[in-house]
Write a protein that binds this ligand. Structure first.
Ligand SMILES: C=CC1=C(C)c2cc3[nH]c(cc4nc(cc5[nH]c(cc1n2)c(C)c5CCC(=O)O)C(CCC(=O)O)=C4C)c(C)c3C=C
Ligand SMILES: [Fe+2]
Ligand SMILES: [Fe+2]
Length: 344
């Protein structure tokens, strides 16, 4: 047989097809709100050394011996309260963001979505893009603020897939967009619109970001600085909006996990402290989450709201994340087009 007669193997990517792929990625979620699925998800997530920075020989004993015997039941209850007919809110919204981007970007790009932990996985979706003929792929972790525990783990997982791939696609990664004018403008527009639809006028707007262990800041992770910059840029714009001049804007960090010291102030403590010092009407928004999820829909909108009201507050509204809102999708289209420039 001459070399011209050699057949390509059936799993060989299409040759020179020159298509461009976009993979949008978010954190991940269990397959169902059942404790066994939540346990499997938490085991994968919390075994990532980027997420829990304790030597594995020590952490795995704590994780398997304590955390995975207690947390899944508690978390499953929280997931059950927010689960939808279509599945986990985080997965459904991320899927819809990918579909929206596909419509906006047209057939020059193939858009898919993946979850860093759970399904659909990053390797499976990168493979699907290559099989569809993409030899250039933009990997887009949908985290406006960079952190080692989120953005970097997405790139790690993609690199794992590339390590197993003979003919790699060229890969670009979406940088953090915490101070991107398109992101700040989208937040301003969406928050202003949601505030104007409320049946009360909040005295305080609380910007609640996901927390991180304080030690990550000391080790040089830019996450805290990114959150603070987003908060400053957003607040500077919101106070210039007609009708919002008197709004007091505060920042806090939610979803504390484990015994170590986390970034402060904590959202739950802040909600109680605000009510106790006389704030009666508050609105809360989570600008660091690109999609609503258990942390916003349960921890903020159910638990956090109750805590504020029980401490003496009168009205509390938890606003939606950008999700698939017009402002949010316009922003995603703008930043993706910019990162795809030269490719499409
Ligand atoms: C937005 C950025 C996020 C950062 C930063 C982050 C850090 C971080 N998270 C945990 C532990 C948990 N997070 C959980 C859920 C969760 N976290 C994020 C985002 C960030 N996490 C999202 C979008 C979600 C929601 C997932 C969903 O299915 O809806 C959970 C699971 C829920 C629970 O049991 O409370 C845990 C646990 C750590 C330890 C950490 C930084 C080190
Ligand atoms: Fe988290
Ligand atoms: Fe939580």
């Amino acid at each position: 047989m001459t070399w011209q007669q050699q057949q390509l193997p059936s799993d060989h990517p299409p040759v020179n097809s020159g298509r461009v792929g976009l993979l949008v990625v978010n954190l991940g979620t269990p397959d169902s709100p059942e404790p066994r699925d939540v346990k499997r998800y938490l085991k994968e997530f919390l075994s990532d050394p980027r997420v829990i920075e304790i030597p594995a020989v020590i952490w795995q004993v704590i994780l398997r011996g304590i955390i995975l015997n207690t947390r899944p039941k508690k978390s499953a209850k929280a997931y059950a309260k927010v689960w939808t007919d279509e599945g986990s809110p985080l997965l459904v919204i991320t899927r819809d963001q990918a579909r929206g981007l596909q419509n906006r970007l047209g057939d020059k790009v193939i858009v898919r979505h993946a979850m860093r932990y759970g399904q659909p996985s990053i390797p499976q979706e990168l493979k699907a893009l290559q099989e569809a003929g993409c030899d250039r792929i933009l990997l887009a972790p949908l985290y406006p603020q960079y952190s080692g525990a989120t953005t970097a783990t997405v790139v790690d997982k993609a690199a794992e897939y590339l390590g197993d791939t003979r003919w790699q696609a060229a890969l670009r990664t979406l940088p953090a967009y915490h101070d991107d004018p398109a992101y700040i403008e989208a937040l301003e527009a969406d928050i202003t619109c949601q505030l104007s639809a409320l049946d009360f006028k909040p005295e305080v707007l609380l910007l609640s970001f996901h927390g991180m262990p304080l030690r990550t800041l000391e080790l040089g992770d830019p996450y805290h600085c990114h959150c603070r910059k987003t908060a400053r840029l957003l607040a500077e714009r919101l106070v210039k909006v007609e009708g919002l001049e008197d709004l007091r804007i505060e920042t806090s960090f939610q979803s504390r996990f484990g015994k170590a010291k986390w970034l402060e102030p904590a959202t739950d403590h802040t909600l109680v402290a605000e009510a106790e010092k006389g704030t009666r009407r508050i609105a809360v928004v989570a600008p660091g989450f690109s999609a609503d999820c258990v942390e916003t829909l349960e921890e903020l909108a159910l638990e956090g709201r109750d805590e504020f009201l029980e401490a003496g507050g009168k009205d509390c509204a938890v606003l939606s994340c950008l999700n698939t809102s017009e402002a949010g999708m316009q922003m995603l289209e703008t930043i993706m087009r910019r990162e795809l420039s030269g490719w499409i």
